[in-house]
Design a protein around this ligand. Structure first.
Ligand code: SAM
Length: 224
C-alpha cells in the first residue's frame, strides 16, 4: 500500500498552488534535518500532516496546543494552516529534540509563531491556563500514549467549545483492539477511548489512516 499512498500523495501533496512548493520544501527539510540529528522517524505521515493543516484552516484556528513535538514536523504542518498572527504552544520532554525542532521552525520561517515548553507534558499541560479571551481552537496529542487520558482531559479543559482535539495513533495496526496487549501505551489509549464514550462534553470518532509506513488512526473529537 506504500505505492498507493505515494500515488495519491503525488496529486494531493504536490499541488502547484502559489507558495506550496516552499511550504512542502520546509517539511522535507525538517524531516531530513531531524534524521541527520538522529531523531526517530516517527513524525506524522505527509497525508496526515496535510490533514492537520486542513483542519486548522477549516476551523479558522488561531491558537493550537500540541503535545509531543519531536523535530517539529507536525507543528510546521499546523502552522502552515494558521493566519500570520496564529500561535502554537507545543510540549516536549527532550531538550535535544526541542533544539532540532527550533532549527526546523527557523528554516520554515514560522519560529515566531511557536512556543515550546520542555519537560514532562503531564506537568506542563496541567499547569497551562490560557486566558479566557484566548482559549485554544485545536489540540493535537501525539506523545507518550500511556498519558493519553490525562492529555485528553486537559486538552478538553483548554480547548474552546466548537474546537477540535485530535489524538494520533489510536489504532496502531490493531494493537489497541488486541486486548491481550496490556502494555501501558495501549492501555492508556484504550482508557481514553472508554472515557470519551461516557463524556457528554465531546463528540468523537476514530478515523483509520494509512500512511507510507503503517496502518493507524486518528481520534477526532469536537469540544461541545
Ligand atoms: N508530533 C510529532 C510529529 O508528528 O512531528 C511527533 C511526536 S513523537 C511521535 C512523540 C514525542 O513525544 C517524542 O518527541 C517524545 O520525546 C515526546 N514525549 C514522550 N513522552 C513525553 C512526555 N512525558 N512529555 C513530553 N513529551 C513526551
Amino acid at each position: 500500500w506504500a505505492h498507493s499512498i505515494r500515488f495519491h500523495n503525488s496529486f494531493l501533496l504536490e499541488r502547484t498552488a502559489p507558495g506550496e512548493a516552499e511550504r512542502l520544501a520546509a517539511i522535507e527539510h525538517a524531516l531530513a534535518n531531524s534524521a541527520a540529528h538522529g531523531l526517530p522517524q516517527i513524525s506524522v505521515a505527509r497525508n496526515e500532516g496535510k490533514f492537520l493543516r486542513l483542519v486548522a484552516r477549516s476551523i479558522g484556528a488561531k491558537r493550537v496546543l500540541e503535545v509531543g513535538t519531536l523535530g517539529g514536523v507536525s507543528s510546521i504542518w499546523i502552522a502552515q494552516g494558521l493566519p500570520p498572527d496564529g500561535r502554537i504552544v507545543t510540549l516536549e520532554l527532550s531538550e535535544e529534540r526541542a533544539k532540532v525542532a527550533k532549527q526546523n521552525w527557523e528554516a520554515a520561517g514560522i519560529a515566531h509563531q511557536i512556543s515550546i515548553i520542555v519537560g514532562d507534558a503531564v506537568a506542563s499541560i496541567t499547569a497551562l491556563h490560557p486566558s479566557e479571551s484566548e482559549p485554544f481552537d485545536m489540540a493535537f496529542i501525539d506523545a507518550d500514549k500511556k498519558s493519553n487520558p490525562t492529555y485528553f482531559r486537559e486538552a478538553k479543559r483548554l480547548v474552546r467549545s466548537g474546537g477540535v482535539i485530535i489524538v494520533d495513533n489510536v489504532i496502531r495496526r490493531g494493537r489497541i483492539a488486541d486486548l491481550s496487549n496490556t502494555q501501558p501505551d495501549q492501555e492508556g489509549t484504550r482508557e481514553m477511548l472508554r472515557m470519551i464514550k461516557e463524556d457528554a462534553e465531546v463528540d468523537a470518532t476514530t478515523i483509520a489512516t494509512a500512511g507510507e509506513k503503517s496502518f493507524d488512526g486518528f481520534l477526532y473529537a469536537i469540544r461541545l
